[in-house]
Write a protein that binds this ligand. Structure first.
Ligand code: TYD
Ligand code: MG
Length: 438
């Protein structure tokens, strides 16, 4: 393998590479997102000009044995929500990027995974003692739980080669604390921890290791709100599977999403609840409280992946004494919120220009589903009128600019979930009908 050192430009947003700088990424069209990376090593499989080329061969698909995706190459995480997100389970020899904000619970869930399946935990951030404490506190099996304290990818390689397939999984926590030693001792330094080059190079080596040994490697990546260049975005196209662990830190709900999966679907989510004994599977998460109607509250059913979930939306609409009324939306898109306020003013004649509006979603989840529009409006209307909505109803529907209410994707599933929860879904065609529901 020949290496050519050169300078490349990598997009902060989508991770694509370019040989020239430009103000806008040619792929994802983001502005000012290209960052320069010096001495990036280009890998070329064929030897240099003068050496003899290996014989090039075409492969016949009919002669290739199905290596992955056969059941013996997939094993369960023994955590049902985790399996659900991965498709069937963990694929041998695959590399999974496990990304999320610091403190969200990545180390907790992956500690639980190693505790259940057995494997090696590579601690780049914490000490073996800290991990031991966590394992004990979570009541996990410490028998098949090994810890390697290191920041060196070469040492991980040594262990995997020496132990020869005793591990089914290896967790590397985190990629930002790993480096490839040979690249910092020789000439042409690739930079220190957390630099783009180290993150890339380390990931590259880990992928090679996974393919060679058949061990499945989970790579932890911290994401920051600013989405800096050393973030996991850069690695997305290298790994087989990309998982994002999300949630509101002061809430207890966590959602595991899959944004790329070479071995399964990408529309599933896993739902977990954080407690002092770690993360537990939540099959039917109900965020709607006891269910008694309250002023300023509306219940809706949101689709998380292919699964319906009941949530409560709360709104507070109060007279404003400021020249510009306040608009605070948490858990819903601000533009969507503003649009609904405008529709309320125009169609329901609510004098929103002189009212402050606060909207929040319980459980700290983020709604990205227009099916919740009507419930948001209903909560605002209820608060404005100071009357509760009718008892035991669930509001589902997208609101148009003219105040019409439309059916949304997953309607049958949502309706079924509402029935299962002992509620009905009134069919309404215009937000004017909200008047009949208070
Ligand atoms: P952690 O898994 O360390 O987050 P990450 O690896 O993503 O940075 O978890 C961070 C928080 O979770 C920490 O503030 C403590 C809390 N926590 C619990 O609430 N319950 C638990 O059982 C554990 C282990 C952690
Ligand atoms: Mg951690």
């Amino acid at each position: 393998m020949k290496k050519i050192s050169e300078t490349i430009f990598v997009c902060n947003n989508c991770g694509n590479e370019f040989s020239k700088w430009s103000g806008q990424c040619g792929f994802c069209k983001e502005w000012n997102s290209l960052k320069e990376i010096k001495n990036y090593e280009l890998r070329i499989t064929n030897k240099g000009k003068n050496s003899k080329r290996e014989k090039v061969e075409v492969k016949k698909l009919s002669e290739i044995k199905e290596e992955y995706n056969t059941n013996q190459n997939i094993f369960s995480t023994q955590i049902s929500e985790f399996d659900r997100v991965l498709g069937k389970g963990i694929v041998r020899g695959s590399v999974v990027l496990f990304a999320g904000e610091p403190g969200i619970g990545k180390s907790t869930l992956l500690t639980q995974l190693v505790g259940k399946v057995g494997g090696l935990y590579v601690a780049g951030e914490e000490s073996a003692e800290q991990i031991n404490l966590r394992v004990r506190r979570l009541g996990l099996n410490a028998e098949r739980f090994d810890v390697l304290e290191t920041n060196s990818v070469e040492e991980i390689g040594q262990i995997l080669e020496r132990t020869n397939n005793v591990y089914k999984i290896v967790v590397v926590d985190s990629i930002q604390t790993m480096l490839v030693e040979s690249t910092i001792t020789g000439t042409g330094s690739l930079g220190s921890f957390g630099s783009v080059n180290q993150i890339r190079e380390s990931t590259f080596r880990l992928i090679e290791l996974a393919k060679k040994t058949g061990v499945a490697i989970f790579v932890v990546g911290h994401v920051t709100k600013e989405g800096d260049i050393a973030g996991p975005k850069l690695l997305e196209h290298m790994v087989d599977t990309v998982l994002y662990f999300e949630g509101e830190k002061n809430g207890d709900l966590r959602i595991l999403r899959v944004s790329k999966n070479r071995f399964g679907p990408t529309d599933e989510v896993g739902i977990f609840q954080m407690s002092d004994v770690g993360l537990s599977d939540v099959r039917n998460f109900n965020l709607s409280g006891s269910g008694e109607a309250k002023i300023g509250s509306a219940i809706t059913i949101v689709m998380e992946g292919t699964r319906p979930m009941m949530v409560e939306i709360q709104a507070l609409v109060t007279e404003s004494f400021a020249p510009m009324p306040t608009r605070v939306f948490s858990g819903i898109d601000t533009n969507r919120g503003r649009l609904l306020v405008a529709v309320a003013q125009k169609v329901l004649n609510m004098p929103m220009y002189k009212h402050d509006v606060y909207v929040s979603v319980t459980g700290g989840i983020r709604l990205d589903d227009t099916g919740c529009d009507i419930a948001i409006l209903a909560a605002m209307y209820s608060s404005y009128k100071e009357k509760e909505l009718k008892n035991k109803i669930v509001l589902i529907g997208e609101v148009s600019l003219l105040g019409e209410v439309k059916k949304v994707r997953g309607w049958e599933k949502r309706e079924k979930e509402a029935k299962a929860m002992g509620r009905t879904v009134p069919i309404i065609y215009s937000i004017r009908e909200l008047k009949n529901l208070v």
